[in-house]
Design a protein around this ligand. Structure first.
Ligand code: ADP
Length: 470
């Protein structure tokens, strides 16, 4: 009960202080100080602390030195004189001496003789320091033997003069420190502002960067320090952003270009129909077939573009489940054999495995490779699809003996909308998006996609998916 009451009382008493401290901290947090101001203030506070320590140490040093000197000369002599008068101490007239009073104690530390004083033997530093601080008096104490009996003695000296000197020394150090501060403060402040100058510049430049001047970079000249490193890192980041932005722009421009062709074709046929075709059955049929073909083409392109855009926005969802890969491969084999009758097709699935993945997407990726193999392999040539386990992956390999890919093109075929010159010039249908999509699907399953190809001999594409068990 009492404890709780006391606790409540204490918290009530402390409440105003807590409130003030809380408000102050809140205020300081809300105030926006510049880094330069904070650095300057920190250095100046450090400087003031150093000056104060120096003043204190100098004064203390001076005091100790003077007292030691005093002990060895004056105090020792006076003590000797007092002892020599034992036991007629009243022979000593303190008015004529440099000490103000003295006391003698017997072996039980009871007062034996006193000409004034505290009545207590000053046997330790704390008592001596207490006297210096509160009474401006220095007590010399020593013990002596008289007729084999121990006695103790205090001799008190007024210390006003010595303390005045000590005070003067402190004051002088503090004044010199203050004069130093007048020179030091502007130097510290200007140096700090100079130091953080680049940050200000960086902020100003960064504020002005938009897509229209995305090639703006920070000035990295000057001394080698963390700020230079920061500028360089910022510039490298901007390089990456600019690179990505350019690729995006190129992609948009290429995609628009791809869409222009089918639209132009459709428009051409519509114009033709408008002028002559309405009553001409042959023109009508040709136009409808062409328009249908082009709209299919456009739909295919837009779906592919949407797939890539979704992947970029990370909104592409894979519906994953455990499934046996061979069932999917068997389906693909059946479908391909139905569609393609012009190539020599071989399917050989050596192993089966359970894969955790999106069945439809994996099928889509294999179909992309097969479509390419069919497109880029002349009729009568070979297309082989195999499936087998290699280390921790299930590999689906699509090989052909078709036109192959140039070494220069090999690095780029996975880029969006990239088509090798060969495919463009031969007017083989396609948009250069199939392999980008296959790559997205494979990476979405933590897999790999590999290609080996030599021009005019053929290509081999491998999709590699991690599997659960065989
Ligand atoms: P598309 O086939 O629609 O042009 P892809 O992204 O699927 O787009 O392929 C990109 C390019 O890679 C193709 O234009 C073609 O030049 C090359 N390529 C892909 N597969 C093969 C292959 N099996 N044989 C030869 N070249 C291929």
């Amino acid at each position: 009960m009492v404890k709780a009451f006391l606790r409540k009382l204490l918290s009530l008493i402390l409440y105003p202080f807590k409130f003030i401290i809380k408000t102050l901290i809140g205020l300081l947090k809300r105030l926006k100080f510049s880094i330069a101001f904070k650095i300057s203030t920190t250095y100046l506070i450090l400087y003031i602390i150093i000056i104060m320590t120096v003043a204190l140490a100098t004064s203390a040093g001076y005091l100790i030195f003077e007292l030691q000197k005093f002990e060895a000369t004056r105090a020792a002599k006076d003590a000797e004189e007092i002892i020599s008068t034992f036991p007629d101490f009243n022979k000593i007239n303190t008015e004529e001496e440099s000490f103000s009073s003295f006391e003698i104690f017997d072996k039980n530390l009871n007062t034996f003789y006193t000409s004034g004083g505290s009545g207590r033997y000053a046997d330790n530093l704390i008592v001596i320091a207490e006297k210096i601080v509160f009474s401006n008096e220095y007590i010399h104490s020593e013990s002596f033997l008289k007729n084999g009996v121990p006695y103790y003695m205090n001799v008190s000296y007024p210390m006003e003069d010595m303390l005045r000197d000590v005070w003067r020394i402190s004051l002088m150090v503090l004044i010199s420190g203050a004069i130093g501060l007048m020179f030091f403060a502007p130097i510290v402040s200007s140096t700090s502002y100079k130091l953080i100058g680049p940050i200000k510049k960086m902020t100003e430049i960064t504020k002005t960067i938009t897509v229209n001047n995305i090639n703006t970079r920070l000035d990295v000249k000057g001394t080698e320090d963390e700020l230079k490193e920061l500028s360089e890192t910022f510039n490298e980041m901007m390089d990456r952003i600019e690179g990505g932005y350019k690729i995006q722009q190129q992609f948009v421009s290429d995609a628009s270009h791809e869409l222009r062709t089918p639209i132009a074709v459709i428009k051409g046929y519509v114009d033709m129909l408008d002028r002559w075709g309405k009553n001409d059955k042959a023109v009508l049929e040709e136009s409808i077939a062409a328009i249908k073909n082009e709209t299919d083409n456009m739909q295919d392109l837009i779906e592919k573009l949407l797939f890539i855009a979704r992947s970029d926005r990370s909104t592409l969802n894979f519906t994953k489940e455990d499934f046996r890969i061979k069932t999917v491969l068997n389906e693909i084999e059946k479908e391909t054999k139905m569609i393609d009758t012009s190539h020599k097709l071989y399917f050989k699935f050596y192993d089966d495995a359970t894969i955790y993945g999106d069945k439809m997407r994996i099928k889509q990726a294999v179909r992309i490779l097969l479509d390419n193999a069919m497109k880029y392999t002349p009729p009568g040539e070979y297309i082989m699809v195999s499936g087998y386990i290699q280390d921790e992956y299930y590999v689906i390999k699509v090989e052909d003996t078709g036109v192959g890919i140039n070494k220069n093109d090999l690095d780029k075929i996975f880029d969006r909308l990239y088509r090798a010159e060969e495919s463009r010039s031969r007017q083989i249908s396609g948009h250069g998006l199939g392999l980008s999509i296959a790559k997205i699907i494979v990476l979405g399953h933590k897999g790999k996609i590999k290609v080996k190809s030599s021009p005019k001999k053929g290509s081999a594409f491998s999709l590699m998916f991690p599997y659960l068990d065989s």
